[in-house]
Design a binder for this molecule. Structure first.
Ligand SMILES: [Zn+2]
Length: 83
C-alpha cells in the first residue's frame, strides 16, 4: 500500500480542476509531480503539482488575460471621463 498523499485529483484550485496525475510528464521531469488540469476556459494542460499547491498557477493564463483586459477597460473609461 502506498502512503496516502494529499489527493488533489478532483479538486479545484483557482480556474483549474485537477483531472489526473500526469505520470508520463512526471517521469520526464524526475521527482517533480505533474498534474493534468482543466482550466475553466476548457484548456487542458500539465501543471507542476508544486505550482498548484503554492498558488503560483491558478489558470492557463486566461485569468491574467481577463484581469489585464479589465484593467485596460478601466484605463479607457478614465481617459474618456477626462475627455
Ligand atoms: Zn483558461
Amino acid at each position: 500500500m502506498p502512503r496516502p498523499r494529499q489527493q488533489l485529483v478532483g479538486t479545484t484550485v483557482g480556474y483549474w480542476t485537477i483531472i489526473a496525475q500526469d505520470t508520463d510528464k512526471q517521469a520526464s521531469t524526475g521527482i517533480k509531480r505533474v498534474l493534468v488540469a482543466k482550466c475553466r476556459c476548457g484548456t487542458i494542460r500539465s501543471v507542476l503539482e508544486q505550482n498548484i499547491i503554492s498558488g503560483q498557477s491558478k489558470s492557463c493564463g486566461c485569468l491574467q488575460k481577463q484581469r489585464a483586459k479589465e484593467h485596460q477597460e478601466l484605463v479607457w473609461k478614465q481617459r474618456k471621463q477626462k475627455g
